[in-house]
Each structure stands twice: as structure tokens, then as C-alpha cells.
Ligand binder design. Structure first.
Ligand code: ATP
Ligand code: MG
Length: 436
């Protein structure tokens, strides 16, 4: 038994010694039955929150109005929640007010899926009034009781349903799936932040491909609170390659690129979904880099010239790739390289020829490694130093000069020494003045 589990059992024992009922419930019971690693142990009890607070030395009043107290036992945190009933559901979300009750079975009844409605007592006996274990054995995901009622009470359960189905390789039971499709439009009642949190878990999970298939089949995302470009899943030529990508940023970048979204469309969508600034920045850099490559390749009319044997494709593509690295960062290009490698046709809608893509895949990583430096921070001069030698008011010109220096040093045309950099910068500014 893990330390985490031992602590949970101690909490159960302490409660039962005082004459309260206490059980492990929810995800931990499900995962234990499946022999999966348990992330956290949740406990349900007949004790009221005040009694729980009284009984344990260290507690945190996590959600008293929901009946939840966090108990710290041997350094681990356990959520202890009083048996409760959720009488009035408001706005298709779970209610703010709950009613405390004495019956474990009543408490299990309000839960979403049969596999999540099982409990274990301190002696290890399973309480499973809705047949969760049999459903798991059959690989079936089923709502507790009437599926239509469950989804109408709380529309978030529809997303949880798809997440659990894809994460646990479970088939959604027929009646549950029918109810989900019937009530898909209730998704508009769910805050986009909650929608995003579920989507994030699906996309980061074991089988995002399956989740995407179910989302598309249900049409659910088309019913979100605000229109989402991500809802247009029918624009995906194929989502197949997504499972071969590992990091969530790679997977999200693949999705937006494969749906034909440019960086500003991607950004707007991710903002609606309340992604963090850092996540938006990382994904948009990959998308923007993809578009930049396409533009740059089109600009120089590459293929025609290659076909006329005026140049070698490889030699033309190398500086394009490197310039894009210096503009959007090494990280973004590495991620893009992975996306292209699993789906060389992902930029087909932008008519980037597959010849070009395969050269990027083949050489991209090596080209990256050839760069002397790839970030402004690596230049042995900064804006402040330049200003002491070039007596202009700071302005956009400064970033331009730095970008120019980065480019020259990265490509090995200028050495990364402070004096040389300053001299080059002075010349650059004078040249651009005289050309004005
Ligand atoms: P995981 O933590 O891996 O997402 P979990 O099943 O533990 O899975 P939690 O969100 O931690 O999910 O919820 C704990 C338990 O609370 C669930 O197992 C389920 O019994 C119940 N539950 C959670 N959310 C809902 C909901 N929206 N409707 C009904 N019951 C829910
Ligand atoms: Mg949990």
C-alpha cells in the first residue's frame, strides 16, 4: 500500500471510531479497481463539516458550503465530503447549495457515471449499487440512472463523458450516448473555462483522436457559449496523426494548423477558451511559423525556379527555415518540425508542396543546430548598450537593429563580440538614415 492510501485509511478509521460512516469514493475507487495509479483519495462521510474539523488536528475549510473539508494526514491532503444530495440544479450546472444526508447510497446516486459511483470501506469492501464494476469489466461507460436527467442537471457531464471514454478506452453505452447527442446544445450553459479544462485533459490524454471523433460526432462544440473555430472539426482532413504527438503544445498546434487556422484566428479562439497567455503564445508561434514558411516559399517562387533548374531547392529553403527560427524561436520550429513529420500534408491547404515539406523535415533539425545563436539574449550586446553609442531616442529602430545583428551572428556572418556588434549597429543605422 502506498503512503497516500495508508493516510486515507487512517482518516477513514478515525471517522468510523467516532461512530460516523466513512468511505473512499469516486475516482480513487474506480482507478484502484482498474489497477491504475490513484492521484488522490476522496472520502465521503456522514460526519458534518464542523465535526470533521473538530476531529482532525489539521484541516482546511476547502468548500464548507459544499460540505468539503480538506484533512491533512501524514503530510498528505484528503478531501472529506459530507454525504449530500444536490436537489436543485441551476443553469444546467451543479448547484451552489447542497443538502446533507445520512445515506451513502443517496450520495452515490448524484454522481455522474456508474464507475464513479462506487465506494470502498476501510476493510476493503466494495459498495457498488449501480453496477459500476460490471460496466468497467465490459468496457462500458454509463450514466447513473437516467442519462437524459444526468446531462440536463449538469451539462459538463457530457464533456466528462467524452473525456473518460477516450482516456479509459471505454465505449459509451447506447442510451448514454443517445442522451448526450440529444442534449448537446446544453453545452452553451457551461463557462468556456470549464469547457477548456475538459478539452485540455482530452487533448493531453491517452487518446485525443478518439475524443476528437466523439466531439465531432456529437456536434457538441458547435453549441458552445461563443462560436469556436475549434468546433469546425469537419475541416480536419484527418486527426489521425495527433496521437503520435506527445506534448500538449504539439497537439494543439497540430489541431489549429490542420483546421486551417492562421495565428490570429488561433489566438482569438484560444482567448475565448481562456487559455493562459503562455499557452497561447507557444501555440501561436508554431502556427505563425508555419504560415511564415509558406509565405517565404511562395515569395521566391521557389518551385518554378527549381523546375527551371535555376537553383537547388535545399539551398533556398535553408535560409527560409533559419530566418523563421530567428523570428519565432527554436522551440516553435522544433514543434513545427514534429507536426510536419507526423503529418507532412498538414500544410497542403496552403499549397505548400510536399517536396518542400519533406526537405524541412529532413534538414530542419540540422539547420537549427547550425545556428551560432538563436535568441536575442545570446547577443553580446543589448539595447541599452547600443543607446550609449547611437544617440537616438529609443524606438522601433532599436528592435530592428537587434534583429539584424541576431541574424548576422546566427548565420555566421558577424562575430558575436561586443565591439564588432556595436560597429555593425552604427553602420546599419547610418545606412538606413541615408536611404530614407
Ligand atoms: P479525475 O480526478 O481523474 O478527473 P474523478 O472521477 O476523481 O476523476 P473528480 O472531478 O475528481 O473526478 O470528481 C470526483 C468524483 O465526484 C467523481 O468520481 C464523481 O463521482 C463525482 N463528480 C465529479 N464531477 C461530477 C459531476 N459533474 N457530476 C456528478 N458527479 C461528479
Ligand atoms: Mg479526482
Amino acid at each position: 500500500k502506498t503512503k497516500l492510501e495508508q493516510g486515507a485509511l487512517k482518516v477513514l478509521q478515525k471517522l468510523t471510531q467516532q461512530g460516523f460512516q466513512a468511505y473512499l469514493v469516486g475516482g480513487c475507487v474506480r482507478d484502484q479497481q482498474l489497477r491504475r495509479a490513484v492521484k488522490d483519495y476522496d472520502i465521503a462521510t456522514s460526519a458534518h463539516p464542523a465535526q470533521v474539523v473538530e476531529l482532525f488536528e489539521r484541516t482546511i475549510p476547502t468548500g464548507l458550503q459544499h460540505g468539503t473539508v480538506s484533512v491533512i494526514m501524514d503530510g498528505n491532503l484528503y478531501e472529506v465530503t459530507t454525504f449530500r444530495k444536490e436537489a436543485d440544479y441551476e443553469q444546467f450546472r451543479r448547484p451552489a447549495e447542497v443538502e446533507f444526508i445520512d445515506s451513502l447510497e443517496e450520495d452515490l446516486k448524484r454522481r455522474d457515471f456508474t464507475m464513479n459511483a462506487m465506494a470502498l470501506d476501510a476493510a476493503g469492501m466494495l459498495i457498488d449499487p449501480f453496477g459500476g464494476l460490471a460496466d468497467l469489466a465490459q468496457g462500458s461507460l454509463r450514466c447513473v440512472g437516467n442519462a437524459s436527467e444526468r446531462f440536463t442537471e449538469d451539462a459538463l457531464r457530457m464533456l466528462r463523458c467524452i473525456r473518460f471514454s477516450s482516456e479509459y478506452e471505454l465505449q459509451i453505452e447506447g442510451g448514454t450516448w443517445q442522451a448526450l447527442c440529444k442534449h448537446a446544445s446544453l453545452l452553451k450553459h457551461i463557462a468556456l473555462e470549464r469547457v477548456r479544462m475538459e478539452l485540455e485533459r482530452m487533448i493531453a490524454g491517452a487518446n485525443p483522436l478518439k475524443a476528437i471523433g466523439l466531439l465531432a460526432a456529437s456536434g457538441m462544440l458547435l453549441e458552445a457559449k461563443q462560436p469556436l473555430r475549434l468546433a469546425q472539426l469537419d475541416r480536419l482532413r484527418t486527426a489521425e496523426p495527433i496521437n503520435q504527438l506527445k506534448a500538449p503544445t504539439e497537439r494543439w498546434s497540430f489541431l489549429y494548423i490542420a483546421m486551417g487556422m492562421n495565428a490570429s484566428e488561433t489566438e482569438a479562439d484560444m482567448r475565448s477558451l481562456t487559455f493562459s497567455k503562455a499557452q497561447i503564445k507557444a501555440v501561436c508561434a508554431v502556427v505563425a511559423a508555419a504560415y511564415k514558411l509558406v509565405d517565404a516559399a511562395a515569395d521566391v517562387d521557389l518551385l518554378n525556379r527549381v523546375n527551371r533548374h535555376e537553383l537547388s531547392l535545399e539551398h533556398e529553403l535553408e535560409p527560409i527555415w533559419k530566418r523563421t527560427v530567428l523570428r519565432y524561436g527554436k522551440e516553435a520550429l522544433q514543434l513545427l518540425g514534429k507536426v510536419l513529420a507526423v503529418d507532412p500534408k498538414v500544410l497542403e491547404h496552403l499549397s505548400l508542396p510536399s517536396q518542400v515539406v519533406s526537405l524541412f523535415i529532413q534538414h530542419g533539425e540540422a539547420w537549427l543546430n547550425e545556428l551560432e545563436i538563436d535568441r536575442l539574449e545570446q547577443l553580446r550586446v543589448d539595447g541599452k548598450q547600443l543607446l550609449t553609442h547611437i544617440h537616438h531616442a529609443p524606438g522601433p529602430w532599436l528592435a530592428e537593429v537587434l534583429q539584424f545583428l541576431l541574424h548576422e551572428v546566427a548565420l555566421g556572418r558577424l562575430s558575436n563580440e561586443t565591439d564588432a556588434l556595436i560597429a555593425e549597429a552604427v553602420m546599419f543605422v547610418e545606412n538606413s538614415k541615408s536611404s530614407e
